[in-house]
Ligand binder design. Structure first.
Ligand code: 3NM
Ligand code: MG
Length: 512
């Protein structure tokens, strides 16, 4: 039986979620709003009460031509003639359920891993509930939080099986993350068929409006979505040709870059932003992002001096910028250094979309999830990956997150999951003063703001302006070390901006 899984409602009658309302009313409202499947999930009632409620729900769902699925209780499904059952890993197995159910019954299975997914498909499941996507107060005993990365892995494995099976993601999905969940979970061959929610509809003040808004969002791309262009012949040369015009565009448009940056480098990053012609604002206050994001600039999250309130402030700001499709840059400073930072990385990666993640090898490895032990401090530390591995890491992370990744080092690797660029420009003094890496995040934000169609190109332009300015500064005869390099670097950023604005591209010719 073909089921439209796009907006799958799972019921919950606990007072904290249903808030004393009548379940049947809430379900009917949600059907008016566009729910396409209803699962009756009841963990506490007696069987008699369950059957009574299921019968009422079935009358309603039938009127809307929507299948009713019963969680766990095959007997209840049979008793009320529901269209199917949903089985958890600890419930009855698919083979046994088939013996009891009518032939065309829909059978769904909860899966959290590739193995469970494969087994469920082999046993003949019609669709899979894939999760838990995000930690959720609705179900605290979930087995594992798999996020968009784990979901994508499962979708890719399913595509290879050859037998079609429906998929819905479940756990912590709501209005603000539903588009991202679908966008970032997209596998190579197959995406999700839908999402399953409890609280986003059942706890909503207006379940009909909530369902209708969710269903609208499910069918549209998130505002930050972009499809990386297919590389052309001569891709590098073509992109490099268009670097100076982007430098000019930043100076002309004066993009606002809202930096939630560490206190060590805030002043320097603001001066770098001013030097390239961008307009910096430093605000660590999450709620302020609601206003600031309306200016259409970029947000930089730099967690260099994290405190107990940082993450919740970051998450508020990220959501505000994501909602408007305005660029967000993440600099996971010292990502693997402490437990607190590791947790912050997980929370931020689960909590929003980053157009660009920028970090050194250790940081990017931590974000990717294969960090080789503890990182020592916030400095880049000894390199352990070779160049090819670094390029692959940047590409794989960008592919997984559907964004851009800049892995910085002697050679910087920039990828959008499709193209990978290695940039050898720069100077060692950049590594000897604090704030350079951090201010590069601000620069990238400015370029991402003025050039939205190709994020990789935007970041590449900012990176080259930055690295070439460093080379020019270090070459000045009065620059003797990191101290005199610092003001010279600001001067050279400014000089490049001035030259580009005059249409003079000699600063760039033959340099990259
Ligand atoms: N099953 P909400 S998570 C019923 O991971 C259920 O298998 C899950 O509720 C799983 O949309 C979950 O309110 C609860 O986060 C989802
Ligand atoms: Mg169950």
């Amino acid at each position: 039986m073909a089921v439209n899984l796009s907006l799958y409602l799972v019921t919950d009658s606990t007072p904290a979620i249903l808030k004393g309302r009548d379940l049947c009313n809430v379900v009917e409202e949600s059907l008016k709003g566009g729910v396409t499947v209803v699962q009756y999930r009841e963990k506490h009632s007696d069987t008699g009460v369950m059957i009574e409620t299921a019968k009422k729900l079935h009358e309603i769902t039938k009127a809307y031509n929507v299948p009713l699925i019963i969680n766990d209780r095959v007997d209840v499904a049979v008793a009320v003639g529901a269209e199917g059952v949903h089985l958890g890993q600890d419930d009855m197995n698919v083979d046994d359920a088939k013996k009891l159910l009518p032939e065309n019954a829909i059978i769904g299975v909860t899966v959290a891993s590739v193995e469970e997914a494969k087994r469920a498909v082999e046993q003949g499941a019609d669709y899979l509930g894939v999760g838990t996507m995000f930690a959720t107060p609705t179900k605290k005993d979930t087995k594992s939080i798999i996020g968009t990365a784990g979901t994508k892995e499962i979708l890719n494995a399913l595509a290879d099986l050859g037998r079609p099976v429906g998929t819905v993601s479940i756990g912590g999905i709501n209005q603000s993350n539903v588009q991202r969940v679908i966008y970032q979970s997209q596998g190579i061959k197959k995406g999700l068929d839908g999402v399953a929610v409890v609280s986003a509809i059942i706890s909503a003040e207006d379940p009909k409006a909530a369902a209708s808004e969710l269903s609208k969002r499910i069918s549209t791309l998130p505002p930050f979505a972009s499809i990386p262009p297919t590389p052309r012949e001569n891709e590098a040369a073509l992109l490099l040709n268009e670097v100076p015009p982007l430098v000019t565009k930043v100076a002309k448009d004066r993009p606002l870059v809202h930096s939630m940056i560490n206190f060590v480098v805030a002043n320097f990053a603001a001066n770098v932003a001013l030097s390239i012609g961008a307009s910096p604002i430093m605000s660590p206050y999450g709620e302020e992002a609601n206003d600031l994001s309306t200016f259409g600039g970029a947000l930089l999250i730099n967690m260099g001096t994290l405190n107990s309130e940082s993450v919740s402030n970051y998450l508020k700001a990220i959501l505000a910028y994501n909602e408007g499709g305005n660029p967000v840059v993440y600099d996971p400073v010292g990502a693997g250094a402490t437990k607190i930072r590791k947790t912050a990385v997980k929370q931020l990666m689960a909590g929003g979309y980053f157009d660009l993640i920028k970090g050194n090898e250790g940081e990017i490895r931590e974000v990717f999830g294969n960090s080789a032990g503890r990182q020592r401090g916030v400095d880049s530390g000894p390199s352990t990956l070779n160049n090819r591995e670094k390029a692959t890491l940047a590409r794989d992370l960008a592919r997984r997150e559907r964004n851009c990744v800049l892995l910085t080092g002697d050679v910087d690797y920039l990828s959008d999951g499709n193209r990978v660029f290695a940039v050898g420009n720069g100077h060692e003094f950049l590594g000897q003063i604090t704030g350079t890496g951090c201010s590069l995040g601000t620069v990238a934000g400015a370029f991402l703001t003025v050039h939205r169609t190709d994020k990789l190109h935007a970041v590449l332009a900012g990176l080259l302006m930055f690295e070439i300015a460093a080379e020019n500064a270090a070459a000045k005869e009065y620059v003797r070390g990191p101290g005199s390099f610092t003001p010279a670097f600001l001067d050279e950023l400014y000089a490049i901006r001035q030259a580009a604005s005059r249409g003079d591209n000699s600063w760039f010719a033959g340099r990259a």
